[in-house]
Design a protein around this ligand. Sequence first.
Ligand code: BGC
Length: 519
Amino acid sequence: MTSCSMVSLCSLRVASCGIASPAAQKLNTGISRLSFPKDFIFGTSSAAAQYEGAAAEGGRKPSIWDHWCTLPDKIDDGSNPSITMDQYHRYKEDVRLLSDLGVNAYRFSISWTRLFPDGRVNPEGLAYYNSLINSLLEHGIKPFITIYHWDLPQALQESMGGWTNKEIVDKYVEFADICFAAFGDRVKHWITFNEPCHSLKYCYAEGIWPPGVKSDTEVYIAGHNTLLAHAAAVKRYREKYQAKQGGKIGISLDGFWYEPVYQIPQDVAASYRALDFNLGWFLSPVVYGYYPETMRANVGGRLPHFTEEEARNLMGSIDFLGLNYYTSMYVKDSPSDIWQPAGYNTDMRAKTLFDVDGIPIGPKAYETSWLSIVPWGFYKLLNYIKKEYNNPTIFVTENGFNQVHAPYKDSMDDNERIQYLTGHYTNMAQAIRDGADVQGHFIWSFLDCWEWKSGYTNHFGLFYVDRNTQDRLPKKSAYWVKNFLKPDRGLILPSATPPLVQPLGKNVALAPAQAVQAF
Ligand code: BGC
């Protein structure tokens, strides 16, 4: 890390000197820390494969992603996760930065192949996570741990076929048990899985993520085994650890909001199917113990069944829902898809769109980005979950904005990220006032990091990372967040503030006055 004395941009650089607050931060957004409950969690989010690096150090063994990146043309820029943000070596500095940012929580995941490679606990891995946890706690930052964020040991993929083999359930529980036993005295929030829908779709339906399977059936089998592993780990935690450790356990699911193109029964029904296939696939079993009816109807015999005991274990198996929200899409009924080959995407019989007749659902983060900025969709999704799933406690475990990769000087003035966060905080505050039990929010992401198939082509960080020096350089959004989190700053949103931005486009139910700007 470059020392402060060596850089002219000391106010912009972060080293041991902390984050200075330039005048540019005097943004009056009308939303502040005070718009949220006093004990609200404000954190940033990360994942081991995207942050740790040190892939071949400290006794760590390869994960499916390490292996996948050795194959040709799998990653957009040919990169791999062997170094990434080098958090394995730099965690102390990173914790100081987090503390300086003012967050009170940090979400990270445990690398299975670092802590428990080859079915034995690796003392160096254990020491690393203990130090990271202790360091966070010393700075008043609560660790939120994701037990599995997509980095299965390659050895388990090769020896037993990974998530499509039911025996993976026991392997996962063994690993989770080690995490609870080793860290549960200090860790009070556990997340069993990150975004199984998103990852399994790519891994087992589209075949663009490891292990690269394209199947209309295996995606549902892998999902089923993931759910069984979740339920079994929660059962273990509740029976063996929860009473004495006093923590909570949940799962992080990806949720898009799906806005019907037209307020006609067919499109409205299509939007509910899309919500079911995306969020309900996992949320319905962990709340109610069964798959959504739309999935059972459309997938038929390819969707596995839960035994009565499995359903009992699944029902109510979350103390909280981790919700990852990035964007929304339009959706319309697509019955013709029944003539296309079966598969996750066609089973839904709904077509998703980023725009209707050239009118986008929200501004794109950048031209080729998958992310449209749709804060009102966040509000709608939170409300939908409140109504459909018995108002669970929610921690928004990921929410963030991406920029295309650009040199340092072109990346720092990230006003759009500030607008994105402002819009999402505003909508989240409104959803809370309207009764949603949201207790925390984590920005994806703390640092610019390695983005799976996208490699380093786009970035979500509050901090730019110079990959030659590993310097962490705060973007304008980092200053904004720091300022936002000061308890005495900003304005409180009056509770009478009219709700939120409504969708653009051809939604016939909307009065023209509601089609306002996106933030
Ligand atoms: C994942 C993260 C990822 C982020 C941005 C989420 O789906 O959980 O690992 O980096 O999206 O693409």
